[in-house]
Design a protein around this ligand. Structure first.
Ligand code: ZN
Length: 289
């Protein structure tokens, strides 16, 4: 009898883990109806958790911009909720804290990435353009126009401007790292990990939309070029944008403009509401409701 109960409970556990992720994706497409303007295109999709990874981009323990660091801290509880629930559903979690993976050099999560067997990617990975300590994918003129915000001042939105001195040493401690997770900021290591697991679908969280979320070798430009099915979780990201710069909108509207740019030219987005059954995350200083 107890053996039968055990078998039944295993079956329930299996059925729960096999439940697909139900996602409401938003892209932007040119619409003939609206006179050739971009319009939101909303679609419901179901993803197999076993073919899905969450990538956590540059959620560092600190930032040269105090405002940016505070917003990262504010996102941590919700993001960790997402990581824990996705892990429980069988989604693979990859932590990508650029330039500080050495902090984790003795962990098996870091070694898992370093020892994953080499798999040749379908397109050559970007390896050049050193920037901020790793390779970089710059805007692709064949695919996208210029960024909709001016971030040439590096985007500190604080009243007293912060000095650009990178202080980050590790990923922020409030994000859990599970025993089956991996840690890498390297495009080839990431590809090896995904290929070994048959993963073709990516949920992308972290910062910042106008910089690392697009440009890093594990981030959206590279993932899209690899032919992966990518979704940016648009309420779990932020932008390096100074509202005193063009187009002179609030910090949060600046983020929305970059998200729209990504939805037009790179990949659709979702909110974390689809992942944790709570309302989408909002920064406390975002006045819009
Ligand atoms: Zn600042």
């Amino acid at each position: 009898m107890s053996r039968l109960l055990f078998a039944a409970s295993m079956l329930v556990a299996f059925m729960l883990s096999a439940e697909p992720l139900k996602l409401n994706t938003r892209a932007r497409a040119l619409s003939a109806v609206s006179g050739g303007k971009y319009e939101p295109l909303v679609r419901s999709v179901e993803w197999d958790p076993k073919k899905t990874a969450v990538i956590v981009c540059d959620m560092w323990d600190d930032h040269w911009c105090k405002g940016a660091a505070a917003r990262v801290g504010e996102m941590v509880p919700r993001m960790d909720d997402v990581l824990r629930q996705m892990r429980a559903r069988g989604v693979f979690v990859v932590h990508a804290p650029s330039t500080v993976t050495d902090f984790y050099k003795d962990t098996h999560q870091r070694k898992r990435a370093q020892t994953a067997p080499f798999v040749k990617p379908p397109v050559p990975l970007e390896t050049k353009h050193e920037r901020w300590g790793t390779c970089w994918l710059y805007p692709d003129p064949d695919r996208e126009p210029a960024n909709p915000i001016d971030d040439t001042d590096m985007g500190c939105d604080c009243k007293v401007k912060c000095k650009i001195e990178p202080p980050w040493k590790r990923q922020i401690a409030g994000l859990s790292i599970g025993p089956d997770d991996a840690i890498t900021d390297n495009g080839q290591e990431l590809w090896n990990l995904l290929a070994a697991r048959g993963i073709t679908q990516i949920l992308f969280v972290g910062v910042h939309t106008n910089m690392c979320v697009l440009g890093r070798p594990f981030a959206i430009r590279q993932l899209a070029k690899l032919g992966l099915n990518v979704l940016l979780v648009r309420d779990l990201t932020d932008t390096m944008y100074n509202s005193q710069m063009r187009p002179f909108v609030s910090h949060y509207e600046g983020t929305d403009l970059v998200i729209q740019h990504i939805e037009k030219y790179w990949c659709p987005t979702i909110t974390s509401a689809d992942l944790v059954a709570k309302p989408a995350f909002r920064f406390k200083e975002d006045p819009r409701r």
